[in-house]
Ligand binder design. Sequence first.
Ligand code: SF4
Ligand code: SF4
Length: 382
Amino acid sequence: MSEMMAGLAARAAALGVPLTAHVDLTYRCNERCEHCYLDHEDHGELTFAEVSALLTQLAEAGTLFLTLSGGEATLRRDFFDIVALARSLGFSVRVKTNAVLIRQAEAERLRSLGVHEVQVSVYSHQADVHDAVTKVPGSFRRTVNGIAMMTAAGVKVVVANVLMRRNLDDYRGVRALAARLGAACTLDPTVTPHMDGDRSLLQLGVSTEALRDVFHDPDLMDPVDSSCLAPPVDGDEDLGNALPCSAGHSSCYVSPYGEVFPCVQFPLAAGNVRTQSFGAIWRDSPAFHEVRSVRVRDLPTCSTCAHMGSCSRCPGLAYMEGSMRGPSELDCAKSFARTGIPSAGMLERAGRETARDVPAGVAFIPIAQVKSGRRPAPAAAV
Ligand code: SF4
Ligand code: SF4
């Protein structure tokens, strides 16, 4: 996070302003990615008039940074009308798309509307691997063409590479492809459970050993999404007072059906803009009040963990695992992969496994590895 963004986020959190909003315009999609957690049926998307009202209310609440995504947002016939409206309301707009429907005309439209950035999912530099993930033959060619059209039109493109078992060996190739296309590249090893709670998708994620190799690749930047970072606590030296992340403090998520959540990865329902104004939900919802009440010192396991100062812990993933105050198994795995030191969460789970009381789901960390690791020192900073 740049210094300017960190300052803005801190001010927004202090004033209770939703600086950043992520709005999914549809869950429909023209791909069927094997790791996708969405239900692609249309259960009654917000109409253009409802989206207009939402964007107006977000602007009134102080939102500056708007992500428009899906599903595949460009499937909406009014997609460009929504982007134009968002720009006219003064938002800095980021679009997430698979770029399958982006041709020259669409690329030039995005450029002329002044979209800040377009993020495109690419799973491999090899067509057969990418198409095997999306389950749509020819999708790689169309996605790459879409990226090329956008970079040629002067649109800033970021390739988003989700790392899974199937495409594990391809991240260097994806980075090289992005560079050839004039795009930046990010890497994300996060695979989340299906929105219906089914955790079987987690089996597609990479193993701890593979994660360790990725984290130790000197060519890679730290793949932590800077938009997640908690706004710094102004002038407060006690890290126990720190916020877990930006969700519900300076950022939020709205689904295609008007449901408001702290984050796209934090399915704690706060209200619906079809029955209440966004401002009332943001200000008064008990769910947001609950999220905002949590400080790092309130996390019973994580506050004792050696990794707390460096961990990318996601409260949303932790919530899906049982408690927004608990550890997240994936983030424990990432911390272990980075350092080789077992986390407090791993030790706790190992203890539960010994007591034959492990919750259903994927055991992401080989427990034998946990038990043989050394116990982390108490965290110095919390
Ligand atoms: S809930 Fe997770 S994904 Fe969302 S902002 Fe927080 S850390 Fe990031
Ligand atoms: S490594 Fe695990 S236990 Fe430690 S702070 Fe991160 S999520 Fe919490």
